[in-house]
Design a protein around this ligand. Sequence first.
Ligand SMILES: *Cc1c(COP(=O)(O)O)cnc(C)c1O
Length: 429
Amino acid sequence: MTNEELMNEDLKHIFHPCSQMKDYETLPLIPVKKGKGSYIYDFDGNEFLDCISSWWVNIFGHSNDFINQRINEQLQDLEHVIFAGFTHKPAIDLARRLVNMTAEPLQKIFFADNGSSAIEISLKMAFQYFKNKGESKPLFVSLTNSYHGETMGALAVSDTGLYKDIYEDILIKTIHAKSPALYDEDEAIDDMRRVLEENAGKVNSVVIEPLIQCAGSMKMYNPSYIARLRDVCDEFGVFLIADEIAVGFGRTGTMFAHEQAGISPDFLCLSKGITGGYMPLSVVLFTDDIYNAFYCDYNEGKSFLDSHSYTGNTIACAVANAVLDIFENENIIEKNQEKIEFIKEQTKKFTALDNVTEVRQRGMVCAIELQGYESNRRINLEIFQAALKEGVYIRPLGNVIYFMPPYCFTKEQLSKMIEVTYEIVSSKL
Ligand SMILES: *Cc1c(COP(=O)(O)O)cnc(C)c1O
């Protein structure tokens, strides 16, 4: 079959995510036949370098031989089992390993199956923790320009108008404090303090995306903010929820972003890279103190009864263990440092271009912000299409081009990604 035939079949029935379906009249869908390593291949024989890790999830390349083998092994024994009243070895191993890899106070783990659900779980637990202690603290605080997912609770703590504004009337009330990615750090901390003072005794938690607000145009800030925020949260007795769904598993240069601040959050949400882009899985890690607030005789009514059908899916957990093995066996975090430096060097030249306002990078995320285009011009789509013609798949957010490549990209592949983009930004727009 050809791309076009498959696209026509697809469009008879499928409503795609994050899409205005009418756009597909002029912007063809790409049916993908296979993926291998850094490349995806369509049905017309084209190949594309996957420079955004298929929405930030695919950290070790497509159809990875090692992960494939581990899935096959797991399939011989067990694909999935109900996770209430039953357990399995892949989940037990994964839990122990994640607890050992993250900040010391995080000792307990709750499984779910996607990032938004992990956020919902941490919000519900943060609220219920106080409720179980006889206190009512109904408010959540998050940062301006934040993104925490698309379910109603996750959307409520987000501040990306494009996805949120329509639903404003039906969302739970949250308060946004100034983001350190958009304001001076002192100003952001002062604003957080103001919000917590004005709502003293009513806020249960502050939720942040450590170091990079990814969906919020890849805006970045320093670890020092997180360390200061930790103190402020302690001072006001509110939980700090770290949403590392996008930045966990090596994206920011360290295994987890909160490491760079030298602190522990009270809740840590992980997903995306956790299964190397193979399977939906998410986890929330939290402290013994939080765990203990739910531990009682059943009739006391303090249980946390949240559940999802595919919670702790066995294959997903086996894949996550394989991903952690790759990190260990191949020394990925250390090896990435060279790639991080390489990206830094190679993207310097963008700053000299008139239509570039900023090049920013943290670890394996690099963003190039453009200026000077009319707001109704969909410059992101133009760049996406131009790069695709050259075999490079990027997906700019508005006027911000970004690279979030899998860690298996070679220097040649990184070069191609950067050179093709440079050609487009410097001449063809
Ligand atoms: C992707 C993302 C989410 C939501 O995860 P889903 O699996 O898409 O529901 C939440 N927070 C951040 C920071 C994300 O990047």
